[in-house]
Design a protein around this ligand. Structure first.
Ligand code: URA
Length: 206
């Protein structure tokens, strides 16, 4: 069994015990398991992700395609995951199951698992989408950090600690809801593409 398979088993057992995983299936990260160039971190699975058991499929997958095209990477080359690994949902006034933002408790429960996941996969860099993913590492808001490199401190519950370069992007969903962010998001993606193309030395210049 690979270390990541063991991680998934342990994580499933933990959330089964809390009765979270069994009610709402856990959606784990996917991609190369050993030192991929980039780990993309979203907020939480939505409806399609929970149905298909994969991160960033459906509408979110379409946004991801645009991301990949700009940074000249293929989906298979990057590791894609979320902070919260169950779909945060609620019943709407119309009686439908709809998405909601992850609660404080969900974020607190899942963040240590994300740290373990990063320590196992060891990507070269992190790219976060939106406030929830950014704030798993850095106590700041996306409005201050988007389009820039920061240093993320990774600390696992077992006490392993290391740093990784982190590039913060707005969440693509917020760009859909707020049209004025569209150009900003495009500019930020171009900065990331420039970094990946080697115009800045990510390891040394941050
Ligand atoms: N789908 C995901 O897997 N994560 C998000 O943050 C949004 C949609």
């Amino acid at each position: 069994m690979s270390t990541l398979e063991k991680f998934r088993q342990e994580c499933s057992a933990f959330f089964d015990e809390l009765n979270m995983g069994s009610q709402r299936p856990l959606v784990f990260g996917e991609g190369p398991e050993h030192q991929p160039v980039l780990m993309l971190i979203g907020e939480a699975p939505g409806e399609q992700e929970a149905l298909q058991g994969r991160p960033f499929v459906g509408k979110a997958g379409k946004n991801l395609d645009a991301f990949l095209q700009t940074v000249h990477l293929r989906r298979e080359e990057i590791y894609i995951t979320n902070v919260v690994k169950v779909r945060p949902s609620k019943i709407s006034a119309a009686g439908r199951v709809v998405n909601r933002p992850p609660s404080r408790e969900e974020k607190a429960l899942f963040t240590p698992w994300l740290m373990r996941e990063i320590a196992i996969v060891r990507p070269t860099m992190l790219v976060t989408l939106g406030n929830v993913a950014l704030q798993a590492f850095i106590d700041d808001v996306i409005g201050n950090r988007h389009g820039q490199w920061s240093r993320a401190e990774i600390v696992t519950p077992e006490g392993e600690a290391f740093q990784l370069p982190l590039f913060a992007l707005y969440h693509p969903a917020s760009v859909i809801y707020n049209g004025s962010l569209k150009q900003t998001y495009a500019d930020d993606l171009n900065i990331l593409a420039g970094s990946l193309a080697g115009r800045i030395n990510i390891q040394n210049d941050i």
